[in-house]
Design a protein around this ligand. Structure first.
Ligand SMILES: Nc1ncnc2c1ncn2[C@@H]1O[C@H](COP(=O)(O)OP(=O)(O)O)[C@@H](O)[C@H]1O
Ligand SMILES: [Mg+2]
Length: 343
């Protein structure tokens, strides 16, 4: 039944972006100056997981590339590359095609990019709330003609830590809010994805509607549930996907997504996860104390909450509940296969 499994991959960029015309317009407007040879406006896209932020940013850059063939562009996921040095390394490679010697210094990298970058161009800074050294935004500003599309879950002030003089020179021209999708849009996205990956008419509308109802406007989750349901149907030797498989597919898809998220965690997030696995549920102060004991270079409680705990919540690894007026943190899914092998 599965004709093209790649359309269910996380990095698959669909030909059509469903129900986000307004958002697409804002980002393409921001990028429009590039077509005339000028620096674009910086944009900041924010909203919950699975609301199409990364997809819209990538699709806008794809549209731009249809107009300006060789426009320099790069994609950085700041969850993986969270230091100034790491981001500049990606940019040296992808923006100016430099073969960078291993462990080049930050200033070497910046020099190299500054000398060779032939703007205007654009870089997507995905998960930019994980960027630990926001000075990087100043480096980017120094590259003539370079603009960025920053993406995060919450509407944060990215420039907050920059000093006033620098801050006043960098502007964010567009702030674009993404709300979770409505059920109809999720069903529409799933229908197109099913057609591309499984063929037309293999899956009926009540399956898309059922998935939409169970996934709270999160397209990533919806697509994963569809993929798991199609796989289960194939294993059972069925020609279509019956609705009953959807309900079974939800927890399995959640576990797979949780496992993928777990593999992306940095050391702070991993320690939080392990503390909650061993001792949860915990209130924030207890969680912080145990994290501090286990981590060699602990961050402040405020940073832990804003940058790490909130990330784990947005990606459904950690949940909170109120019990007798106290907010308790715990692991969201019980998935023993996450637990690292005992050594
Ligand atoms: N408007 C859309 N049209 C088609 N597919 C979409 C749309 N929005 C999201 N998707 C799909 O849903 C998944 C999650 O979207 P993504 O852009 O990664 O969400 P976010 O970055 O907001 O977490 C991706 O696989 C993407 O292809
Ligand atoms: Mg994203």
């Amino acid at each position: 039944m599965i004709r093209d499994g790649t359309v269910f991959d996380e990095d698959h960029l669909p030909r059509e972006i469903v129900g986000r015309n307004q958002h697409m317009n804002e980002v393409t407007d921001a990028l429009a100056p590039i077509e005339d040879g000028f620096r674009a406006e910086n944009c900041f896209l924010f909203g919950p997981s699975g609301a199409g932020k990364t997809t819209v940013a990538r699709a806008a850059v794809r549209e731009l590339r249809q107009e300006v063939l060789d426009v320099p562009h790069a994609y950085v996921n700041c969850w993986q590359d969270y230091t100034r040095n790491a981001v500049l390394e990606v940019l040296a490679r992808d923006l100016v095609g430099a073969a960078v010697p291993r462990s080049s210094s930050t200033s070497d990298l910046a020099d190299r990019i500054g000398r060779n970058f032939d703007g205007p161009g654009v870089v997507i800074l995905d998960e930019v709330d994980q960027l630990r050294e926001t000075d990087l935004l100043y480096d980017l500003h120094e590259f003539r003609g370079l603009s960025w599309i920053g993406i995060a879950n919450d509407e944060i002030d990215l420039l907050a830590d920059l000093d006033q003089r620098v801050r006043s020179r960098i502007s964010v021209g567009y702030r674009v809010r993404f709300d979770a999708y409505g059920d109809d849009t999720i069903a529409d996205i799933l229908e197109r994805r099913a057609r591309a990956g499984l063929g037309s008419g293999v899956v009926s509308d009540d399956v898309f509607e059922r998935i939409a109802r169970l996934t709270d406007g999160d397209a990533r989750k919806g697509i994963n549930v569809l993929r798991v349901a199609a796989r289960k149907a194939t294993q059972e030797g069925l020609a279509g996907v019956p609705v009953r498989l959807v309900d079974e597919a939800v927890p399995a898809a959640e576990r797979e997504m949780a496992r993928k998220t777990y593999s992306k965690l940095n050391s702070h997030q991993r320690v939080i996860y392990e503390v909650l696995r061993d001792d949860g549920p915990l209130i924030q102060r207890e969680l912080y104390e145990r994290y501090q004991e286990r981590h060699d270079e602990p961050v402040s409680i405020r940073y832990l909450r804003d940058a790490h705990l909130s990330k784990l919540e947005h990606y459904d690894l950690v949940t909170t509940e109120s019990r007798s007026g106290k907010k308790l943190y715990d692991l969201a899914v019980d998935h023993p296969e996450h637990h690292p092998e005992p050594r």
